[in-house]
Design a protein around this ligand. Structure first.
Ligand code: FMN
Length: 443
């Protein structure tokens, strides 16, 4: 077991390759850059995160422009909401790799619409080109709109999606292992480029995939990319406990975060893994200022730049239910939405326990999870440390309210305070993302 003193906060930055990352008003914030389709925008974000010693840049993804709310994509497009536009994360991260040296590069990729060979090849390439910094946020996709973009009549049920994901992961791991570490010899004289005895087929025949192998990319520097997951249903949590090395969650109270944390660490242990080898990162949207008044002014301005409709539009696609059918000024009744259970738990807590109306929930959702993380750098750092110390999480997925200024604020004002409190690194631990996270190479 690692000692309590050596436990350090892990920091990832949740950056959408699109208009909105944390706060739906963020893209309209006066200093927010609007060149979200340019190479320079993402490279600058990467450089700033690396200056702040962040563990990784995490890019979420979906494979459709959502149209659940009022059965139309209009609200997403008008408000520049979470699903309005998404660039391909792996391409963006490759660009970021060229501008950084240590920052981890995490791409969301669904197991439901591609084949393991494609994914294993693409992430092995990213891991090689970045010298060991790739991570994969494993999602199974939850929207019928995504299925419709891949010629499927409907969304397979959740158990089927997780069954496929389980086999997908096994096949991808076999492919990454199909080249032994020292298979590439590169002897010009003999000649011997790669030793055939150290590259083998995998001959996988399963319920979902038949893959002969080997992969046509040699063993990646990290053995395989770091695995990230965010499922919150029972099946999702078991999947995460089996595979994930980083788990991303959102919660609206410290007690629900602590309950999740205990539950997931127990599940990890039941899978025969060391609970310390799985980092639970909590999504927060900190608005930081030199003084509390400045932070509050920024927050007020951001809040004026969005609306309940923007939040409800995004929430409708997260829950896969059209919330325009419910009265705005009433509490949302208990429902069983087919979408993301983690997001519904958060909403149920706000409506059923705290009595917020649907319109208020829309506003809360538009401004991102957890507002308690606002203030001066010292105040934000103390709050982060409290949640970390009280075992609500092992670190944070920081959703910047606006970009790239939110990173600059966080790095300048919060990071030094965390360092003074002794809970955050003052230099990167090593060259790879596994080094930053204290994770060993897979066997
Ligand atoms: C905080 C959080 C972030 C997520 N990010 C994504 C994402 O970027 N893309 C995606 O397709 N699914 C995303 N999901 C969905 C989950 O990966 C998972 O597929 C979904 O929650 C369904 O599984 P569940 O019912 O076990 O929660 C996210 C879920 C949570 C809770």
């Amino acid at each position: 077991m690692k000692s309590q003193r050596s436990r350090q906060i892990k920091l990832a930055a949740y950056v959408m390759a699109g208009p909105v990352s944390g706060h739906h008003g963020g893209w309209r914030y006066p200093s927010a850059r609007t060149d979200i389709l340019s190479l320079d925008y993402y490279q600058e974000i990467g450089r700033q995160l690396e200056a702040g010693l962040f563990d990784m840049l995490f890019i979420p993804d979906i494979l459709a422009v959502p149209h659940k709310f009022r059965n139309s994509a209009a609200s997403q497009l008008i408000h520049g909401a979470l699903g309005a536009l998404r660039l391909d994360p792996v391409v963006v991260l490759t660009a970021v790799a060229t501008a950084t040296k240590r920052l981890g590069l995490a791409s969301t990729i669904s197991t439901s619409y591609i084949e393991p060979f494609q994914l294993a090849r693409s992430l092995a390439t990213l891991d090689h080109l970045s010298a060991g910094r790739a991570a994969w946020n494993i999602v199974t996709s939850f929207q019928p709109a995504e299925a419709a973009n891949f010629g499927q009549a409907g969304l397979p049920d959740k158990n089927q999606r997780y069954d496929r994901a389980d086999e997908f992961l096994s096949v991808a791991c076999k492919l990454w292992e199909s080249w032994q570490q020292d298979a590439v010899v590169l002897d010009k004289t003999t000649p011997l480029f790669a030793d055939p005895a150290k590259v083998r087929a995998i001959s996988h025949k399963g319920e979902w995939f038949d893959v002969e192998g080997p992969l046509n990319v040699s063993r990646p520097p990290q053995g395989r990319p770091v695995f990230i997951q965010a499922g919150a249903s029972d099946r999702g949590k078991d999947f995460a406990a089996k595979w994930a090395e980083v788990i991303f969650v959102t919660h609206s109270s410290i007690t629900s975060a602590q309950a999740f944390y205990r539950d997931i660490k127990e599940r990890v242990a039941r899978h025969g893994r060391n609970p310390d080898d799985v980092h639970v990162l909590l999504g927060v949207v900190p608005v930081v200022g030199e003084t509390l008044a400045i932070a509050q002014e920024k927050q007020a301005l951001l809040d004026r730049l969005t609306s309940p409709e923007a939040g409800l539009s995004t929430l409708s696609y997260h829950l896969d239910i059209d919330l325009s059918e419910f009265p705005l000024d009433e509490v949302l009744p208990a429902i069983a939405p087919p979408g993301v259970q983690g997001h519904y738990k958060e909403v149920a807590e706000l409506s059923q326990k705290q009595g917020l109306s649907l319109s208020e929930i829309g506003t809360r959702y538009a401004i991102g999870p957890l507002r308690d993380f606002n203030g001066t750098g010292a105040e934000v750092a103390r709050t982060l440390k409290r949640w970390f110390d009280e075992r609500a999480c092992d670190g944070f997925m920081v959703q910047m309210p606006y970009l790239p200024g939110g990173i600059e604020d966080f790095t300048r004002l919060v990071v030094p305070e965390l360092q003074t409190l002794g809970v955050f690194r003052s230099a990167y631990e090593g060259p790879t993302l596994r080094d930053q996270l204290g994770l060993s190479l897979p066997d």
